[in-house]
Design a binder for this molecule. Structure first.
Ligand code: ADP
Ligand code: MG
Length: 289
């Protein structure tokens, strides 16, 4: 019977960490024509590392010290990486006063009487002048798939910190499997266009970059006009995008919150479980019809 086929499929999925919330979700997953992925922590490992420190107005160690001072209170993955670098270089970090996040841009705070900003270069150019050399350095680092944080202090560019978050090992294969199933894969990211293009290109997928959180929602709604859209994200930052998709899938062993709000979950943080979930859904619907 139909309920028995669905129950069998749900429990088969659950045994391998693929959770779908009922028959309606299975049915939609079987018809999905496009999967939108969050980049950080979903397609990538989510643990960026500092690869380059470039001193422009200030020495390299001071660039790291200024950045670490304002990143101390931030839970952003880039902040953790900057703090690790400061620790590795034995740079003592004096927390900034009045530190605050600017969503989708970076962080600010006051260090030694100077106002400091650390964040995306495209949001930094209104705060300090970038000369040709600085712009060229940013472009070169971003084209290598690195995220650049510009460090501005006292209205001047102090330096650049480049970070790289490696793709998960199975991400390219997952995208190839989805293509074989006739499904488009798109990476959605708040990161800059050059970094987005470098990472998406390496994974063989489409991308949209420089998206604010509401931009991800708008992109998903656009795609959903054409085909049922599955959105895969970490479930915490991506809650609005997961909710906007036809099917929101939370990835990661993480959170009960994600499990409550999402339509499905991939508990083992394997990107290849995305095509596996869709194959399971299609097989289930095939058995019913
Ligand atoms: P993502 O979709 O990549 O998670 P976010 O919306 O979190 O993007 O942030 C967008 C961009 O803003 C980041 O790629 C980064 O350039 C910048 N940014 C945000 N928070 C920070 C921070 N704490 N330190 C440095 N840069 C940041
Ligand atoms: Mg994010």
């Amino acid at each position: 019977s139909v309920p028995a086929a669905i129950a069998a499929s749900l429990s088969a999925g659950a045994r391998s960490g693929l959770l779908m919330k009922g028959g309606v979700v299975i049915e939609a997953a079987a018809r999905t024509g496009l999967v939108a992925f969050d980049k950080t922590g979903t397609l990538t490992q989510g643990t960026p590392r500092v690869t380059d420190v470039v001193g422009l107005g200030r020495p390299e160690r001071e660039v790291v010290a200024l950045a670490a001072a304002v990143e101390t209170g931030s839970s952003h993955p880039l902040a953790q990486a900057v703090l690790e670098r400061a620790k590795a270089d034995a740079i003592s970090v004096v927390p900034a006063s009045g530190a605050a996040a600017i969503a989708g841009q970076g962080v600010t705070g006051t260090v030694g009487g100077e106002e400091v900003f650390v964040g995306a270069p495209r949001h930094a150019t209104s705060r300090a002048r970038f000369d040709d050399q600085a712009n060229a350095q940013v472009a070169q680092l971003e084209s290598a798939g690195k995220t650049v944080a510009a460090v501005i202090a006292g209205g001047r560019l102090a330096g650049l910190i480049a970070l790289r978050d490696e793709p998960r090992e199975d991400a390219a294969l997952a995208v190839a499997e989805l293509k074989q199933l006739g499904i488009r894969s798109v990476m959605l990211t708040g990161d800059n266009a050059r970094t987005g293009a470098a990472i998406a290109g390496a994974l063989g997928m489409e991308h949209k970059a420089e998206l604010m959180p509401d931009g991800k929602v708008a992109a998903i709604k656009d795609y959903a006009i054409e085909t049922p859209v599955m959105m895969v994200g970490d479930g915490i930052n991506d809650a609005p995008a997961l909710a906007a998709a036809t099917i929101g899938v939370a990835m990661g062993s993480g959170t009960d919150v994600a499990l409550e709000t999402a339509d499905g979950a991939l508990l083992k943080s394997r990107v290849r479980d995305v095509p596996a979930m869709i194959r399971l859904a299609r097989a289930t619907m095939g058995n019913i019809r």
